[in-house]
Design a protein. Structure first.
Length: 483
């Protein structure tokens, strides 16, 4: 934000509050107006409303250990409900223009990493547990220790790796990439389309969607991802009505009989807090929770600081006002997401769009949260989006997360090698946990070889020890005679 803009947005002498609402949210004090806050609330909603489509698609396309899938309609309701409630709570409790919803990347961990190992109830229980542990970290002050334990380049590499993983999921879900079974019918390297070539109308919709999305992003159009999803869904509906399409996959793009319907809250409360410990090894559960905390906690820190800085809300020491309260609400959002079976909810960097429209306080969250609440009744309209219209958004999000790669010092092998392994192992093994483990272990080993083991934080040593057990669990179990 330029100094000129800051001067315009925040006058040196704030006008007096016009009413109690203004006084509570400090709207005039922060150089804002009700009009700016309302515009900002709308802008934030329309730049992140794509999660109402993507979250049900990501979670709904996966199956748990027992072959069960979550209902897309119920997922849409749960996603909208958690986003509405937690965004409003953040506005009132944290007084920051910071909206929350189900986290992309985190939902991928749940869908493709955790659910295949246990039931959905157990997987969502881990999300609740993760959120509770984050709250404990905040209350005890351990967040500072966790923040400093992992080198910044490794945090950035984790985000980049998750971005590539999400993009890969988008390519696969759309059918742009498919697996090639060998003679034994096992999964081996992938290919273009279903047979080495791109065929069918659904693939065309996906390709056009990717081109539209990247074009809008290049022009820095606000709400680019949502515009692309809506446009390509309409295209898909037209294509489906005039062409002979064999299959669209999970969702066929057909206009619903009714646009408004009663919300289905069937997934609320379906979680088992400690059920995961009965489905897989304790070490695996610990590492899964650690992965969730790592992704959630640091993404939140970056988002909170970034949005606050853009809104010119940092204090003279560069700190976020009421940071502990903000982080506590974010941890509670993870708990709420797990309890509602919509995956962990977290702060959204798209909130910066609202800041760009003038948001400076939590009042804008009342607008954003209200719009999410309204979406509860539009589930029939939100569940007609086919994978081919939504998957371009996953590719776009992958790109946006990939941009952090520029901040890694690739000339320094002691950090570049762990960062590379973190980034590469995630999509290549279809596992976020594996990527984090590979990066941590490489970092510890290289530091030790260079005679600088003391530079490694004790928390990182502990995590690396867990990952050694994680990767070597099979021989360990054989030695102990438990397998």
């Amino acid at each position: 934000m330029s100094e000129t803009k800051k001067a315009i947005d925040r006058p040196s002498t704030a006008p007096p509050a016009v009413n109690s609402v203004d006084r509570f949210f400090r709207i005039s004090e922060r150089g804002s107006t009700f009009g700016r806050e309302i515009r900002g609330g709308f802008a934030t909603f329309f730049t992140m409303a794509y999660i109402l489509v993507l979250n049900p698609i990501i979670l709904g396309s996966a199956k748990d250990k027992f072959g069960e899938s979550l209902d897309p309609v119920q997922l849409t309701t749960a996603t909208a409900l958690v986003a509405a409630v937690m965004t409003i709570i953040m506005g009132v409790g944290g007084n920051l223009p910071l909206a929350l919803a189900a986290g992309l990347g985190l939902n991928a961990v749940v869908a493709f990493q955790i659910a295949p190992l246990m039931s959905w109830d157990d997987a969502m229980g881990l999300i609740v547990l993760e959120g509770l542990l984050i709250c404990v970290l905040v209350v005890t002050g351990l967040r500072e220790a966790v923040m400093h334990a992992i080198p910044q380049p490794l945090k950035q590499a984790i985000s980049v790796g998750i971005g590539l993983f999400i993009a890969f999921i988008g390519f696969v879900d759309a059918g742009f990439v498919s697996r090639i079974p060998d003679a034994a019918n096992t999964t081996v390297p992938v290919q273009l389309g279903g047979s080495g070539t791109l065929t069918g109308w659904p693939i065309l919709v996906f390709c056009l969607g990717v081109l539209l999305t990247i074009g809008l992003l290049a022009r820095k159009v606000k709400g680019a991802i949502l515009i692309s999803i809506v446009t390509m869904t309409l295209v898909a509906i037209v294509v489906n009505s005039v062409a002979d399409v064999e299959s669209w996959g999970l969702t066929t793009p057909e206009w619903p009989d009714k646009v408004v319907d009663t919300p289905d809250f069937g997934l609320l409360g379906h979680f088992s807090l400690f059920g995961a410990f009965g489905e897989t090894t304790v070490i695996t559960v610990v590492l899964l929770v650690f992965t969730l905390i790592l992704s959630d906690f640091f993404d939140t820190m970056g988002t909170v600081v970034g949005v606050s800085a853009e809104a010119d809300l940092l204090d003279e020491d560069g700190k976020v006002p009421h940071l502990g309260r903000v982080l506590l609400i974010d941890g509670a959002a993870a708990v709420a997401g797990g309890a509602a079976s919509s995956s962990s909810a977290t702060s959204y960097i798209e909130s910066a769009a609202g800041v760009g429209e003038g948001s400076r306080t939590g009042f804008s969250n009342l607008v954003t949260g209200g719009l999410f609440a309204l979406a509860l009744f539009l589930t029939p309209l939100l569940t007609i989006v086919p994978l081919q219209a939504a998957a371009p958004a996953l590719v776009a999000v992958g790109f946006l997360m990939m941009t952090q790669v520029k901040s890694i010092d690739w000339d320094s092998y002691e950090i570049a090698i762990p960062a590379f392994l973190t980034i590469a192992v995630m999509p290549f093994t279809y596992s976020i946990t594996n990527g984090i483990g590979a990066g941590f272990l490489a970092y510890v080993v290289i530091k030790t070889v260079l005679g600088r083991a003391k530079e490694v934080h004790w928390l990182l040593w502990g995590a690396s020890a867990l990952f050694v057990v994680y990767f070597a669990i099979d021989p360990i179990e054989q030695v102990l005679g438990v397998k």
